[in-house]
Design a protein around this ligand. Structure first.
Ligand SMILES: NC(=O)c1ccc[n+]([C@@H]2O[C@H](COP(=O)([O-])OP(=O)(O)OC[C@H]3O[C@@H](n4cnc5c(N)ncnc54)[C@H](O)[C@@H]3O)[C@@H](O)[C@H]2O)c1
Length: 312
């Protein structure tokens, strides 16, 4: 297949690209390298340093004529969307409209889209399934949800098939611990630098943490399975920060220190996905346990930090 991946230099996108290439597909990456890194792009992928919002995107599509698009590029920070909602909307909504127009222009068959748990807002019932009310609490949640509607419109008007994947909390290798990266990448970074973990609240708050390779597999499955579907992608298991801390202690053999601070206002207490629809539609199953995923991540970064130390 000829697949174009937006955001293929980023955390999740680069894992998707690696897997597509391993399975023998031709891959084109479009990324503006704002949060992604060029060295994360698989050397066998064709790379265009192009912004989603720019008219040049159309030329890339005309040249490469992709059959499938996996759309990961986005403004990903909830805080940025609160401080500058217009910027968030310009990338996530207008940039995606530009992308969908380019898809229409060359007759793309299907778009697989990275949506988010942020569309739900504060969970009213757990586990969250796809019928749960959608009441996003940030511009980011609104922009991610808006695109789901545009996908429906382009399917209706032009027959472009889509599958939207609402990700839970994704973690793993290549996640950026700077900025507002996932809590696990921040923890890994602090543990390996011998710094204490900062926990806001009592540490009993829970999330559905899913390993990045499981998310990449879901994207590949979605290229062929599902049409016009919205699917939760998580593990269906909720884990507390205290459990994450205990696993870090076990994996590193270190007495990792934790500093408990005041709860952050507005933080969601518990969240976990019901993933039965994704299981059914995609024939997909998350395979990596939290312990195994944390172990892989810690081992990878331990090696990276060691190399950084010897390079200094
Ligand atoms: N990480 C998570 O836990 C999580 C959870 C839910 C949803 N998502 C979604 O998954 C997708 C991937 O997120 P990630 O965690 O890999 O983040 P990331 O920042 O590592 O990846 C995003 C990529 O998009 C690129 N990009 C950003 N703006 C662009 C633009 N205007 N034009 C072209 N490229 C642009 C960045 O350079 C980067 O390579 C995003 O759509 C995000 O909203 C992530």
């Amino acid at each position: 297949m000829n697949v174009l991946v937006t955001g293929g230099a980023g955390f999740i996108g680069s894992h998707i690209v690696d897997r597509l290439i391993a399975e023998g597909h031709r891959v084109v990456v479009v990324d503006n390298i704002s949060t992604g890194k060029e060295e994360q792009i698989h050397p066998d992928a064709v790379f265009y340093r192009t912004d989603l919002t720019r008219p040049e995107l159309r030329e890339v599509f005309e040249k490469e004529k992709p059959e499938f698009v996996i759309h990961q590029a986005a403004q990903i920070h909830v805080n940025t969307s609160v401080e500058d909602p217009a910027f968030d909307a310009s990338v996530n909504i207008l940039g995606t409209i530009n992308l969908l127009e380019a898809c229409r222009n060359v007759g793309v068959r299907k778009v697989v889209y990275a949506s988010s748990a942020a569309v739900y807002g504060n969970p009213e019932t757990l586990p969250l399934d796809e019928r749960h009310p959608v009441r996003p609490l940030s511009g980011y949640g609104v922009s991610k949800y808006t695109v789901e509607h545009y996908l429906n419109v382009y399917r209706h008007l032009y027959g472009i098939s889509f599958t939207a994947l609402r990700y839970a909390n994704v973690y793993g290798i290549r996640q950026d611990p700077r900025g507002e990266g996932g809590v696990i990448s921040i923890f890994v970074d602090r543990v390996l630098r011998g710094l204490p973990m900062t926990i806001h609240g009592d540490g009993e708050q829970t999330r559905d943490y899913i390993y990045v390779e499981d998310v990449a597999r879901a994207n590949l499955a979605a290229l062929e399975a599902g049409d016009g579907e919205i699917l939760n992608i998580g593990t269906g298991r909720q884990s507390s920060l205290n459990e994450v801390l205990r696993l870090f202690r076990e994996i590193t053999g270190q007495d990792v220190e934790a500093v408990y601070g005041p709860e952050r206002p507005g933080d969601i207490r518990h969240s976990v996905f019901d993933i039965s629809k994704a299981r059914r539609v995609l024939g997909w199953e998350p395979k990596v346990s939290l312990e195994e995923g944390l172990r892989k991540t810690v081992e990878y970064y331990r090696e990276q930090y060691r190399t950084m130390d010897t390079d200094r």
